[in-house]
Design a protein around this ligand. Sequence first.
Ligand SMILES: Nc1ncnc2c1ncn2[C@@H]1O[C@H](COP(=O)(O)OP(=O)(O)OP(=O)(O)O)[C@@H](O)[C@H]1O
Ligand SMILES: [Mg+2]
Length: 382
Amino acid sequence: MGAGDGGTGLGTLTVAEPCRLSFEGVTKRFGDVIAVDDLTLEVEAGESLVLLGPSGCGKSTALRIMAGLETPTAGVVRIGDRVVNDVDAKDRDVAMVFQSYALYPHLNVRRNIEFPLRSRHVPAEERARLVTSTARSLGLETLLDRKPAQLSGGQRQRVALARAIVRHPRAFLMDEPLSNLDAQLRTEMRAELAELHHRLGVTVLYVTHDQVEAMTMGQRIAVLRDGVLQQVDVPRTVHDRPANAFVAGFIGSPPMNILAGRFDTADGTADGTAEVVVDGGSIPLGPAATAALRRRGLPDVTVGVRPEHLRADPDGTLKVTVALAEYLGYEQHLGCRLPGGGMLTVRLTGTSSALVLGDTLALAVEGDPHLFDPVDGTRIDV
Ligand SMILES: Nc1ncnc2c1ncn2[C@@H]1O[C@H](COP(=O)(O)OP(=O)(O)OP(=O)(O)O)[C@@H](O)[C@H]1O
Ligand SMILES: [Mg+2]
């Protein structure tokens, strides 16, 4: 590497200052459909934020609004400090990477990567230098003379990324860029992308419906449902303290058990604890959870228990029958039938002997269960 090389792995490139991206009260309607509903969200400069939610929740629409490919019905969109509602897509200086990473099949890797530089009339010498260093940072330097048809899926994906990176945009907008890859490549590329983000410190807004991908790629995760932002926080908080029952059920694998519960507000013990009754069993609550439900004063409550927070315990208050058993070696996933007929997913780790269909066991919940309002789903804070 020549003089002036920084520690970025991108050689002598001057990396554009990353900038923040913000949606302020952004709504997008398509006829009767409200694809994005009053979205207020900011991606900090240099941050990698993942927009997560089920199919049709408005992720791509939000991203396309930021890219300038859709016009919002209402609200303000900013890139850096600049309001860009009326700025053309090509003048926004953000790079978009799509799920389908159409490369030019007749051009080799080098020409594919330098395409955006040519169309910006960057001089040849500068182009060569930029292509070489970008290719090196993505491990493509030995593939520059190949055509896309001579590359694996992951290599093609990297060429598409190189093409986006080479012109040093101020932010990247990525819409499910890995969904065309097989499971193993996807895991590899996820790690590479996360590492690349870490190295370049660029601003990334990344769309996926895959919660595992979101947990890997996002410094923060914004969960959308029907166009409405549900929660935005670091992965750990979204997982450990979901803002509502929807987020609770969407994040985590296998998903959280969500049960209808009843709480007797008059019930309780001398030490201030009580229990919540679910589907023919009960779950004991600590003093804080008991107090929270007493304050609320209503009997119906939605109860959430993560499969990993259930353990076999002879004194457990949930008596279940194994209806489904999946032995994975390092752990077992069980589908257990509660006395009332509902199912509980249980993740058992450790050395307990493998359980089989028809076995009965008692389960205890570790810690307090998650508690949600049964009407609007919001978290009942303990
Ligand atoms: N051009 C359009 N015309 C009409 N409706 C649209 C248009 N684009 C999107 N929609 C609707 O807006 C909603 C949000 O779509 P969007 O593509 O943003 O969802 P998404 O979260 O990206 O979903 P997926 O995970 O399936 O890609 C959907 O109900 C969709 O049908
Ligand atoms: Mg989409």
